[in-house]
Design a protein around this ligand. Structure first.
Ligand SMILES: Cc1ncc(COP(=O)(O)O)c(C=O)c1O
Length: 300
């Protein structure tokens, strides 16, 4: 346990506990993490979180300094943040009354971005939703400097900054659909296959041409679910065109894999002044084999 490791090192470990506030953010079920049925965190309402803090208080090599909750991702309304903040603050006050004094509340990430042009909430709207609960708590705590509010947004910082670019290998017309087959698949961008996520798609070398045809953009993996975008109106697409899949800076490369022995793509930074830097090399076949070994007796 952390306590045992800290004891062996003759140190005191500062810890914070991830709690589950039982809040339902109106987002995709696969990225809602603070629901009462969720696997994440220790539940406040069942009393288990309270028991965990009491246990930590008794252990000699632990110092409980904070509390953490992260209710989900791609959240587009403030009510669930407010709900989580209120529940966590009420719990922190209960801990305070038991002599467990925390220094910070970390409310996680979750601020959504606009994938389809939908309304999003600004950081200041998020602040307006959660700060009243923190201020109210601070009035009731016997902590002169007040408890700190921490946030850890991810998607909102990098999501819209990334474009995933893939080249058209073929345009295939079936009796039912026109497919644009590209030279990558969900190994490079899994959000559409995993969450049915919608990403805007453009033909990078035909930005000024009118959209005239409806295409489904298909990846190159052996899975029917390997579809980047369905039924999109685009300019006429031809072999060699570059398809840009927008808003892929978050949960794009970070979720990439080598399934189907696919190598992961390079990443390129484009600066405001147009300068371009390679910031991650494209993988090669040798990279796939790098960590594999054939036992001596199975070699020829
Ligand atoms: C604990 C925690 N904090 C913050 C984040 C970032 O979330 P988002 O990208 O929605 O801001 C995540 C994402 O999974 C997370 O698990």
């Amino acid at each position: 346990s952390v306590n045992e490791i800290a004891a062996a090192m003759e140190k005191t470990a500062k810890i914070s506990i991830r709690v589950n506030p039982s809040v339902n953010p109106k987002t995709h079920p696969k990225i809602a993490t603070g629901l009462k049925e969720s696997k994440f965190g220790i539940h406040i309402e069942s009393g288990q979180a309270f028991d965990a803090y009491k246990l930590a208080q008794k252990l000699e090599n632990l110092e409980t300094v904070g509390i953490h909750s992260h209710i989900g991702s791609q959240i587009l309304e403030t009510d669930s943040f407010k709900d989580a903040a209120e529940k966590v603050c009420e719990f922190v006050l209960k801990l305070n009354d038991e002599g467990i004094k925390l220094k910070f509340i970390n409310l996680g990430g979750g601020l959504g971005i606009s994938y389809t042009g939908e309304d999003i909430i600004s950081p200041s709207e998020l602040a307006d939703a959660v700060i009243p609960a923190i201020e109210n708590l601070n009035k009731n705590l016997d902590n002169d400097s007040g408890i700190e509010l921490w946030l850890e947004p991810g998607r909102r910082i990098v999501g819209s900054a990334g474009i995933f670019i893939t080249r058209v290998l073929a345009v295939k017309e079936t009796p039912y659909k026109k497919f644009v087959n590209v030279d990558s698949g969900f190994t490079a961008l899994i959000r559409p296959a995993m969450y049915d996520a919608y990403h805007r798609v453009v033909v990078i070398n035909k930005l000024d041409e009118p959209s005239c045809e409806t295409y489904t953009i298909a990846g190159n993996l052996c899975e029917s679910g390997d579809i980047f975008a369905r039924d999109r109106k685009l300019p006429e697409v031809e072999r060699g065109d570059l398809i840009g899949i927008l808003d892929t800076g978050a949960y794009g490369f970070a979720m990439a894999s080598n399934y189907n022995s696919r190598v992961r793509p390079c990443e390129v930074l484009i600066r405001e002044n147009g300068e371009i830097d390679l910031i991650r090399k494209r993988e090669h076949y040798d990279d796939l084999l790098m960590h594999q070994f054939v036992p001596e007796d199975l070699k020829e």
